[in-house]
Design a protein around this ligand. Structure first.
Ligand SMILES: Cc1ncc(COP(=O)(O)O)c(C=O)c1O
Length: 415
């Protein structure tokens, strides 16, 4: 097949996201999957979704919304109203369903938003998305209809006691990066589990406002749901902020439900694109979750089950790592949220991409850190010294994977 269009050249090529999703879908039995972004299967959480499915099956009105009719192009109205109401009551913001649009997973919201705000403009100048703190989410990397849409600034590194470190936002110079159309951060950050403090978000918003561009805050893992955010639970929204939420990390990734919360003109633009590209987003996730959100049951599930579950798993994985890597120069990013550990081996003798290959050959899938610096042009050896592991898989598999990582790193050092 001869695919020669610009579109084909951009979207039909090997990308980090493709490699990741192929690894995720094709793993041989017995593989230790510490790679992708699948959430844990938490029985108490799945029991609630199963109960909802029975309720939906028994009720023609709910079943109609769930499967038998197209939603509005902005997504299921009752769910959008429930999202708006829940954010208003929790944070005191002033929102209606006209501030909320659904997309086919939040990944597709980034496709839409990045291309709405950035890219080629009639004045001939390309506008770009500024990622102010690399490492950042791999999924931002290749969604631009035009190339070189991202520009990133590297994070500062603060060493912490106990073998930990933390990336720090560096604000200086952000106001003068040229041709910026929007600023985007994930919070908690994938891959590191970093959580920007509220005042850091406010500083980014101030810079964005001064530049008259929107600030996109990707809270796929954070507050208000799934709330896998171990410390600071505050959140920022105003008419300049596009807050992106998702039902995926609540345990419903296959429903492909992304949620954008923004000023009405942004929501209208996302809605128009939805109608053209997909007619309407799916409603299955929305209908499962809507009454849980409206009744407060979802908040309780996040607070009492989901967050404590991941926090305990995170502590356990850190212990295993520190135990297995005792004599290695391992630094772990302080786990503040999401469900990844970001490992840094300063001076690692082989690039992390080679470590990834060696681990894959022995049935352990991790992610090489080099994927997580989209838009960062400057040379930085640090980007080849890191791995991301997902600690949400079965505990014995995580433990086995960690042992293999320690062995391969030791071998790389010739120890
Ligand atoms: C930071 C971040 N944002 C967005 C997404 C997209 O998730 P989804 O499209 O499933 O909503 C992911 C998925 O892993 C992610 O890690």
């Amino acid at each position: 097949m001869d695919l020669r269009t610009r579109f084909a050249q951009r979207f039909v090529r090997p990308t980090g996201a493709l490699e990741l999703m192929v690894d995720l879908g094709r793993a041989a039995p017995g593989t230790h999957m510490l790679g992708g972004g699948n959430p844990a299967r938490i029985p108490a959480v799945e029991a609630v979704y199963r109960r909802r499915l029975l309720e939906i099956a028994a009720d023609p009105a709910q079943f109609g919304r769930f499967a038998a009719s197209y939603a509005a192009p902005g997504g299921d109205l009752r769910f959008r109203a429930a999202v708006a109401a829940s954010l208003c009551s929790r944070y005191g913001w002033s929102l209606t369903e006209r501030n909320v649009a659904l997309t086919g997973g939040s990944q597709s919201a980034f496709f839409t938003l990045f291309n709405l705000f950035a890219g080629d403009c009639p004045d001939g100048r390309p506008r770009r998305v500024l990622l102010p703190m690399a490492p950042e989410y791999i999924g931002y990397a290749d969604v631009g209809l035009t190339g070189r849409m991202l520009v990133a600034r590297r994070a500062g590194i603060e060493e912490l006691p106990g073998g930990f470190f933390k990336y720090r936002l560096r604000l200086e110079g952000l106001e003068s990066v040229p041709d910026v159309a929007t600023i985007c951060v994930s919070r908690p950050t994938n891959p590191t589990g970093n959580v920007l403090a509220l005042d850091e978000l406010e500083s980014l918003d101030a810079i964005a406002r001064a530049r008259r561009v929107p600030l996109i805050v990707d809270a796929a893992y954070g507050a208000p749901f799934p709330g896998i955010q171990f410390a600071d639970e505050d959140l920022l929204w105003n008419e300049n902020v596009v807050l992106c939420l998702s039902l995926s990390k609540l345990g419903l990734p296959a429903t492909r439900t992304g949620i954008a919360v923004a000023a009405e003109p942004v929501i209208e633009a996302v809605t128009a694109f939805n109608a053209t590209a997909a007619l309407a987003p799916g409603s299955t996730g929305a209908v499962i979750v809507e009454p849980l959100l409206a009744s407060g049951e979802l908040d309780a599930l996040c607070r009492d089950v989901i967050r404590p579950y991941y926090q305990a798993r995170s502590r356990q994985a850190v212990e295993w790592l520190q135990e297995s890597c005792r004599e290695l120069p391992l630094r772990i990013h302080r786990p503040e949220g999401a469900f990844f550990l970001w490992l840094w081996f300063p001076g690692l003798p082989v690039p992390s991409s080679e470590l990834y290959r060696r681990l894959k050959a022995r049935g352990v899938i991790v992610l090489s850190g080099h994927h997580f610096f989209p838009g960062l042009d400057e040379a930085w050896p640090h980007r080849d010294e890191c791995l991301r592991i997902n600690y949400a898989r079965a505990p014995e598999s995580v433990a086995e994977g960690i042992r293999a990582i320690a062995e391969e790193v030791r071998r790389a050092w010739g120890a």
